[in-house]
Design a protein around this ligand. Structure first.
Ligand code: CO
Ligand code: CO
Length: 397
């Protein structure tokens, strides 16, 4: 029921100002009032919002493709003051997955935040993907996530409360699986849906797996296939098959927990997770921070089915181009690698796998143990060959 008295009182104020009071860019009465007889200023809602929606219809850049490019980010961060506090063990200058702050000699906080736009249609699944993605940066450091705060941007006037609560529920359930509790959050009205978590964990300061510890003699292991960006883009074009979409959903909701526990147990030298900057973007950070040259074997990199097919049909998103623009200056690409594989190596991943450097003699055992635990597509994709300022060479064997 419309509260006409309330509406009259509030609209009176708006009309006097000549503007809608919740959106000063609009005149009062606003188009929504004229067309639908709804006054948002008076707290009225479009009838319960839309219940049944495909989330990705509401976004321009799906998932981690909504990230700001490495180039732009570095330019902005360069303008900020440097932090020099001895308790900061890993700070922004390390370009690592999460920050680490020493509390005592035995324990440090490890913190990260990640939000992005939907790249799956189902609200509950999107919540799970966002949670798995947010907590992944803690796993990439070898930490144990404990608590999380949710952050959500949501067009609450257009979409129903149900959708928002399904998203939050998906996130909470996934974090529960990670042994992490949601203890608060923040929400904001937004034209586009955005969701994720700020996650806090703990780590033994002596067991931090940074991205700067890789050395000659290490092999590189990737724990999930690549191509979530390409397939999400194909979906936006209406060209992705149902099986492929299901395959990336299953992968994106998968926690990097087991892989993280195994890598710490086995003594990994370095690790990061593969997300918005693509495999070569994140590998660039690892190579530069570690001061090494690495080789990647193009045909050993695990890929989702149909990814190369979509790329061959020209479905190359702008995000691939942006990632390439930054990272390709560190990369030497053998001519016989082929354009499709080259592109997928720059494809932004949402909730991608861990990229781990581990001494060669432990590599095969690590892979076998990952496979035993159900991480079946984990593969050795390359090796560290020498010390340098940071180079990547992509080859076909
Ligand atoms: Co990361
Ligand atoms: Co991140």
């Amino acid at each position: 029921m419309i509260d006409l008295k309330k509406r009259k009182k509030i609209m009176g104020r708006s009309i006097k100002l000549g503007h809608c009071i919740c959106n000063p860019k609009q005149n009062c009465p606003c188009p929504l009032f004229k067309e639908k007889n709804v006054c948002l200023c008076a707290g009225e809602r479009l009838k319960d919002g839309i219940e049944d929606v495909s989330l990705t219809e509401f976004v321009e850049n799906a998932g981690c493709a909504s990230k700001i490019s490495q180039d732009d980010l570095k330019k902005v961060l360069a303008l900020l003051p440097e932090i020099s506090d001895p308790r900061v063990l890993v700070g922004t200058n390390a370009c690592d997955d999460a920050g680490v702050y020493r509390l005592t000699d035995k324990i440090a906080l490890v913190q990260t935040v990640d939000i992005f736009t939907p790249n799956v249609d189902d609200p509950y699944t999107f919540g799970q993907v966002a949670a798995a993605n947010s907590v992944s940066d803690i796993y990439a450091m070898g930490g144990t996530p404990l608590t999380a705060l949710s952050i959500i941007g949501f067009p609450i006037e257009k979409l129903s409360h149900q959708i928002m609560s399904h998203i939050l529920r998906g996130g909470m359930d996934k974090l529960k699986e990670a042994g992490t509790v949601v203890i608060g959050g923040h929400s904001i009205k937004d034209e586009e849906i955005k969701f994720g978590f700020a996650v806090t964990g703990v780590i033994d300061p002596k067991k931090i797996v940074s991205n700067g510890g890789a050395g000659p003699g290490d092999v590189l292991i990737l724990t999930k296939p690549l191509g979530t960006g390409v397939i999400s883009f194909a979906r936006q074009l209406g060209k992705a098959s149902k099986q492929t979409l299901e395959a990336i959903s299953r992968s994106m909701v998968e926690l990097n927990k087991t892989a993280s526990e195994l890598m710490t147990e086995m003594g990994a030298s370095a690790a990061t997770d593969v997300t918005g900057f693509g495999l070569l973007g994140h590998l660039t950070e690892m190579a530069v921070q570690s001061g090494v040259t690495v080789e990647v074997y193009a045909e050993s990199v695990p890929l989702f089915d149909q990814v190369l097919e979509y790329l061959g049909l020209g479905m190359i998103s702008g995000a691939i181009e942006r990632n390439k623009e930054y990272a390709s200056r560190y990369v030497e690409m053998s001519k016989n690698v082929g354009e499709e594989i080259e592109n997928v190596l720059y494809d932004p991943q949402t909730s991608g796998g861990l990229l781990v450097a581990i001494p060669e003699d432990k590599g095969t055992l690590f892979i076998n143990r990952l496979k035993q635990k159900g991480i079946r597509q984990a593969s050795i994709i390359g090796r560290v060959i020498s010390k340098s300022k940071g180079r990547i060479s992509v080859k076909k064997k």
